[in-house]
Design a protein around this ligand. Structure first.
Ligand code: PLP
Length: 453
């Protein structure tokens, strides 16, 4: 391939590229961009030759680390054998079939049926469409509303963005009248004057009241990330998911656990719903770590009982994408899981991920660090103007971005999200690299504190 090489060549070429989730006007004015040109292990290399620790794992996804020969070889072999065939109509192929079987083994309980897509957004849209179809087939077509939460991120296609927190779709059209947003389960920000168990009770009371006011006969499902990711890495109060699932079961509302980020080792398990949060969803959606990002692939894994209904005689399953179960993507998924199982990566993360979490929690003594939160290799650091009152910085100060830039200068990619810094690194960080990440973050936050003084 004749690709642009130097920073200048790349940035000249990229005027034709529309970046995602970006300030397009700033980019048009030649705003700062980083061109990543290569990657290996825990590091990425930018076009200036700087080697940076990948503190965001691509985008919460490169779980096994970069340039793993086992996955690259599996994808290459698959392309050499069968480059593409679809899973439409009656077609199937070995890679998609084998990966579906593997996911059915790994997913908790009766989640044994897998539909593939190519992004987390699509996996979530599929989950909701499947449930709409399910309830229609049961003769209850009014059951179509979705309960989601403020702070949620479920993707940016038409329905997925409607299920995402409302702030992200301001100024855009989205699917109207299908989604109701429940309260964000963030005790530190929202639980003033309450104990954590009282806060949990208030969330459950709000959920119950919402169900009763909308009418359970109109609600298909509740969708939630076990830990909210792009909403600022929000870990709900202990017992939240179990109680929400119990409430939903009482009202015949299906539970979709959006494990696009939380699965495939990031929290020390293949799936976090049952193993970390003690609840059994009716559907799990996943993407990202499913292939560690080596190929675009997502999966919607649903319960046998749902499949029984949608596969009963008399109706077609009119849903699917050309690349659902793409052979090369399925091969990447199989090789990725084989690698994780061989090295017991989820088991390792129970130690190294805890070390990472505790290292970052150690930054809480810094004056502008309000809360360090998350679990294992999914962490957020909220920066505040005043620790005692939790007062936020003026968004125009771009505090998160300034700390991220200071970190990048020191050799770490971190992701700013307003005043929050997100760290979701590759899961193969060594204890020495974890200590280095902690040191870089401490120095970078201190540098910005000095600037503010
Ligand atoms: N769900 C969650 C929890 C996510 O974090 C994301 C993306 O970050 C998505 C869904 C959407 O996935 P995709 O960007 O692959 O469509």
């Amino acid at each position: 391939l004749d690709l642009p090489v130097t920073t200048d060549e790349i940035l000249t070429t990229d005027v034709h590229l529309v970046q995602s989730w970006a300030d397009l006007n700033a980019l048009k004015q030649n705003g700062a961009r980083t061109a990543i040109v290569a990657a290996e292990g825990s590091y990425v290399t930018d076009s200036e030759g700087n080697k940076l620790i990948d503190g965001i794992g691509g985008l919460w996804c490169v779980n096994v680390g970069h340039k793993r020969a086992e996955i690259i070889d599996a994808v290459t072999d698959q392309l050499n054998t069968l480059d593409f065939y679809s899973t439409f109509y009656s077609f199937t192929h070995p890679a998609a079939a084998a990966l579906a079987e593997k996911l059915a083994q790994l997913a908790p309980g009766n989640l044994n049926k897998v539909h593939f897509g190519n992004s987390g957004s699509v996996a979530n849209e599929t989950a909701v469409r499947v449930l709409h179809h399910y309830y229609k087939r049961l003769g209850r077509p009014k059951k179509r509303m979705v309960l989601s939460r403020h702070g949620a991120y479920h993707g940016s296609t038409h329905l997925a963005i409607a299920m995402t927190t409302p702030g992200y779709s301001e100024g855009w059209h989205k699917a109207e009248g299908v989604v109701h947003h429940l309260a964000k389960p963030h005790f530190w920000r929202e639980g003033d004057g309450m104990t954590e168990p009282e806060f949990l009770d208030s969330l459950m009371a709000d959920m119950k009241a919402s169900i009763e006011s909308i009418g359970a006969e109109n609600i298909a499902c509740f969708i939630g990330e076990p830990i909210m990711g792009a909403g600022g890495v929000i870990v709900p109060p202990a017992g939240y998911h179990r109680r929400a699932a119990e409430l939903c079961a009482r009202y015949d509302i299906k539970v979709i656990s959006d494990e696009v980020v939380t699965s495939f080792g990031r929290l020390g398990h293949f799936f976090a719903s049952r193993d970390l949060f003690d609840f059994q969803p009716d559907i799990i959606t996943t993407a990202k770590g499913l292939t560690s990002g080596y190929q675009p692939l997502s999966a919607t894994i649903f319960a046998d009982e749902v499949h029984e209904v949608i596969s009963a005689p008399g109706a077609m399953f009119t849903h699917g994408m050309t690349y659902s179960g793409h052979p090369a993507a399925a091969a990447a998924g199989l090789a990725n899981i084989a690698l994780m199982e061989r090295d017991d990566l989820p088991g390792q993360v129970q130690t190294t991920g805890k070390l990472f979490e505790n290292t970052l929690r150690g930054l809480a003594d810094l004056d502008i660090v309000g809360e360090v939160r998350g679990s294992h290799f999914m962490m957020g650091i909220e920066l505040v103007k005043d620790k005692a009152t939790k007062a936020m910085f003026d968004p125009d100060l771009n505090i998160g971005m300034r700390v991220a830039q200071a970190a990048q200068k020191r050799g770490l990619v971190a992701r700013p999200l307003g005043n929050i810094l997100i760290l979701s690194p590759v899961l193969i960080l060594t204890p020495a690299q974890i200590a280095e990440v902690g040191g870089i973050l401490r120095d970078s936050i201190a540098e910005v504190m000095d600037d503010l003084a």
